[in-house]
Write a protein that binds this ligand. Sequence first.
Ligand SMILES: [Zn+2]
Length: 441
Amino acid sequence: MKTLIKDALIITMNKQGTIEQGNLLVEDDRISYLGPDQPEADRVISGRDKLLIPGLVQTHVHLPQALFRGQADDLELLAWLKERIWPLEGAHDPESVYYSAMLGLSELILGGTTSIVDMETVHHTGAALEAIRESGIRAICGKAMMDYGDDIPASLKESTEQSLQQSVDLLEKWHCRENGRIQYAFTPRFVLSCSETLLKEIVALSTAYKVRIHSHASENKSEIELVESKKGMKNIHYLDHLGLASPRLILAHCIWVDDAELAVLKDQQVKVAHCPASNVKLASGLAPVPQMLERGISVSLGADGAPCNNNLDIFQEMRLAALIQKPLHGPTAMPAREVFRMATMGGAEAMGLDEEIGSIEAGKKADLALVSMAGVHANPVSAADPYSLLVYALRSSDVEMTMVEGRILMENRALKTIEQERIIKTSNLLIMKLRERAGIA
Ligand SMILES: [Zn+2]
């Protein structure tokens, strides 16, 4: 199957970071040609007055929380987790995990996101992986691991042994499935919910299986104070001390980190997933992203969960990532092109897939999004910088086509792999049942 996307303004994000006006040919799952010629194709898509961009990458989302949108507003992190999120996660069954994933995936694909790093809940992760498989999105996914800590509801408690065994079982079933489109990762929730034995075993297993580790760290002041009082060292130092800090570790947030911790993130090549909307909504703080980028730390973007955002829209994350730093660091901080790089190549690096995705180059996987510039809110475009358009003016609803591995997952705002109406209807029924099971009045 050959697809030609004609006459688009192509934001390649390749090493030169160039912009090209031209045509792109997709052959099966890969980009095979980029340039002025018009090779023969089975299908032709017009890119006129549109931006063709690398598929957007979100390196921190929680699909099982998509059903909890609007259920936990205006709370601080630890109260948010203990009063709302954990009871709701504990009430999940395979059906609700599946539909939650499908709801989240629908929103992600409609907004041009082609790759995600997803932290699931403790149980029923197989149902989410099945939704990921059906949707066609690229994902690194793992079940949340939490074998320790106060106030964890009985419905989410697991022994160290169970946590490891279930993770390994899921890994052996799902890792590298669908031509490598789905990968498994070990996902310890955060230091406060994991025993030291669990974290050490995760290091050994992730090394043996050569898979990634995805966790949260230093999101909130109370959290880092608790970690320091329990472990006798700062959060990032503790992770490093156990051997977790490595190029395979994707850490969400990293807001409350000092210079010495930033040095560890840099030296160990840890990948930071920055979640600006979640960080300001939970009043967690502002991550020192300009300092991270200056040190050469790899930073990418994620929407986190629907109940702390409340959407999974990377266009809003890009805009916020730029805007929230400017009052502190001045208007030249976080220029649009750098922010767009975080949402593409930055994410690809975090996933360990920078040779395959994150930029538009012949030979790479055809993970792409086509974005309309026709909206009133985007115009005039005739003299506009495309990076400025993408970060500051365009919206997820401007995405007209989303493609993963050459397969169109959404075209003209219609999902191709997911029945949108059924997912919305079922989600509305399931959240009522979940609230009842979780004892939320
Ligand atoms: Zn999170």
